[in-house]
Design a protein around this ligand. Structure first.
Ligand code: KG4
Ligand code: ZN
Length: 361
């Protein structure tokens, strides 16, 4: 049973965790997450500050994760580290640290793709979140709908063409005068709103769209963001912004949730999946979880949502994905580098032939 240390530094969370077990049944022995609250002051993540904070936090985080798991360095079978995608300066801290630690302790390093980590996160506390399943990954940087055929076999169905779902939450929250990151504050504000006051257009949702169309699964949030901007300006000009803020938030959240659920529902139907696994910070949204449950979580389909600590960035999911990659014999060379963007290993797209049949690219 391999014992893995996970390290995650791709954005603004410095995290370390110890996980053992097998790819389909990872067991979390410890998880330490240092969130960099300093970015709130700037209304967004400042890359340079993130890198410096990782440098300060990485050593103590790893030590705390090992201590909490009652594990010594030499007992580890591997060190799994996020090497892509993310802020390069931030990723460099984690990858450099992992390589140095691995070299000093004689432990191999396994490179992990951050988004593959998100696919494994729910499994850490929900043993049924195994493939095949439809995945919705919604974070500050990504919005992906993936048909997970098996671990390592990822059929990319749709992604955002502009803003990520979390980014849309954050930008709209800012327009409404809420602090960063705005997802959770916006959700709380939306609870006070009147759902019938604003109905914003659902982006990229045509009822006559079919599986072969480019916009069938893809998403776009920039138009919705502009519609909110106009609603906020109109309310400000009319002097009604204070009474309408909650309803605008509610209208925005309803539009984004409706769109995400509609697309996931299409994916579940097309591939006949009986499980949906959510991941990323936006998966914490109660309304999203509720609508997934209400519209898809029926007729034998189960919705698997990670708890907030595992939905947002953490090293346990990196260690879990690392466990799978370690089992495949994957090891990082000493020349391992960090990359700002990179497709998930094992991801493929589908093209549509003229007769409508989907085939592998
Ligand atoms: O996965 P994550 O921790 O970091 C990235 O990899 O980006 O996701 C952070 C994102 C932020 O945009 C934040 O506003 C959003 O997740 N978020 C939420 C909620 N909690 C966090 N969005 C909507 N509703 C929430 N309850
Ligand atoms: Zn993430």
């Amino acid at each position: 049973m391999p014992l893995i240390l996970g390290i995650e530094t791709s954005c603004d969370e410095t995290s370390a965790a110890v996980v053992d077990g097998e790819a389909d049944s990872p067991n979390m022995r410890s998880l330490v997450i240092l969130s960099q609250d300093v970015h709130r002051l700037f209304g967004g993540v400042v890359p340079e500050i993130a890198s410096r904070a990782h440098l300060v936090g990485i050593g103590p985080s790893v030590q705390a994760a090992l201590d909490e798991a009652d594990t010594k360095l030499h007992e580890l079978d591997a060190i799994a580290v996020t090497h892509a995608p993310g802020l390069v300066g931030a990723l460099l801290v984690g990858t450099s640290y992992a390589k140095a630690l691995g070299l000093a302790a004689g432990v191999p390093v396994v490179p992990v793709h951050h988004m593959e980590g998100h696919l494994f996160a729910t499994l850490l506390e929900d043993s049924n979140a195994t493939p095949p399943f439809t995945a919705l990954l919604v974070s500050g940087g990504h919005t992906l709908i993936i048909d997970v055929v098996a671990w390592g076999e990822y059929r990319l169905l749709g992604q955002t063409r502009d803003d990520a779902a979390g980014e849309a939450f954050d930008k709209v929250a800012k327009l409404l005068g809420l602090p960063y990151p705005g997802g959770r504050p916006l959700e709380i504000l939306a609870e006070t709103g009147d759902p019938s006051r604003f109905r914003f257009a659902r982006p990229m949702v045509r009822s006559n769209s079919t599986a072969g169309d480019a916009d069938y699964f893809d998403l776009s949030f920039s138009g919705l963001k502009t519609a909110i901007l106009i609603a906020v300006r109109d309310a400000e000009n009319a002097g009604t912004i204070d009474e309408l803020r909650g309803s605008i938030a509610r209208g925005f959240q309803d539009a984004i949730v409706d769109t995400l659920v509609t697309k996931v529902e299409r994916a579940v139907r097309l591939y006949g999946r009986s499980r949906v696994v959510l991941g990323g910070g936006v998966a914490c949204n109660t309304e999203l979880q509720r609508e997934m449950q209400r519209r898809i979580g029926v007729r034998g389909v189960t919705i698997h949502s990670p708890p907030p600590r595992l939905a947002t960035d953490n090293a346990a999911m990196i260690a879990a994905a690392g466990l799978f990659r370690f089992g495949l014999g994957e090891r990082a060379p000493l020349s391992l580098t960090a990359q700002a963007s990179l497709p998930i290993p094992g991801m493929f797209s589908v093209t549509t032939t003229h007769d409508g049949a989907a085939s592998k690219l």
